[in-house]
Write a protein that binds this ligand. Structure first.
Ligand code: DC
Length: 226
């Protein structure tokens, strides 16, 4: 195992700017990138395609352990191929996010994905995006960042993202969905969404991406990572 490779973890709920920060970090450092949420989304999608009930823990965990997935980076984006097909668009839907959050609450599913996530840790380093990167998957990471933002700010960002893509959405249901997903992710028995005790918490409600990057650049310097 290449346990010597350094890791920066970025955890937090969706809509806090994690994805944007991680893409910038991976490009700045020239490191690998793990989008762990995509793995849970892939498990949800695979379970649906196999016709499994999302709460059938042994069956969904078996599907997670045998996920026929490979990863490519396309234009700097992390693109998973499921059974050889690009499923990026299907994975980004709100429904796929909800399915991911449901299967992610199953301990056997989390266990099935643990080693697969740790295998991303390779030289020269890894930027890991998720909910439990700093607490469970890479507890020895050299820098742990936890992003937060108010549910309203996160719903507004998501609304803008979807509207910019020409998708018809309503803010109210988006906010409701975010609150429900937060509750499920924070209250599950195993690896709940929470900052590691040694994580640096950044509230992005009032911060633009440049301000977040400036703060993280300073943290990288303090840790001797840049
Ligand atoms: O980051 P995302 O929105 O793609 O994640 C989708 C869901 O997957 C999220 O609601 C909770 C779950 N998840 C998780 O439990 N642990 C992770 N490390 C990443 C995601």
């Amino acid at each position: 195992m290449s346990s010597a490779a350094p890791v920066v973890t970025v955890d937090g709920p969706s809509g806090t700017g994690k994805g944007t920060l991680c893409a910038w970090l991976a490009a700045t450092l020239g490191w690998h990138f793990l989008d762990s949420g995509a793995l849970y989304r892939l498990v949800g999608l695979r379970a649906r395609r196999l016709g499994l009930a999302l709460d059938d823990e042994p069956a969904v965990a078996a599907a997670a352990a045998r996920l026929p997935v490979t990863f490519t980076i396309l234009n700097g984006e992390f693109r998973p191929l499921l059974d050889g097909a690009d499923v990026a668009a299907e994975l980004r839907t709100e429904a796929a996010g909800t399915d991911a959050s449901i299967v992610a609450a199953l301990p056997a599913v989390r266990q099935a994905l643990l080693q697969r996530q740790r295998d991303f840790r390779q030289a020269p380093g890894l930027v890991a995006d998720g909910r439990d990167m700093g607490t469970v998957v890479f507890p020895d990471a050299g820098l742990k960042i936890f992003l937060t933002a108010s549910p309203e700010a996160r719903a507004a960002r998501r609304y803008k993202q979807l509207s910019d893509k020409g998708m018809g959405v309503n803010l109210g249901p988006l906010l409701e969905d975010i609150r429900r997903r937060d509750q499920r992710d924070q209250q599950r028995a195993i690896a709940p969404l929470a900052p590691a005790p040694d994580a640096i918490i950044l509230d992005t409600t009032e911060l633009g991406i440049t301000e977040v990057e400036d703060r993280v650049r300073q943290l990288l310097r303090e840790q001797g990572l840049a």
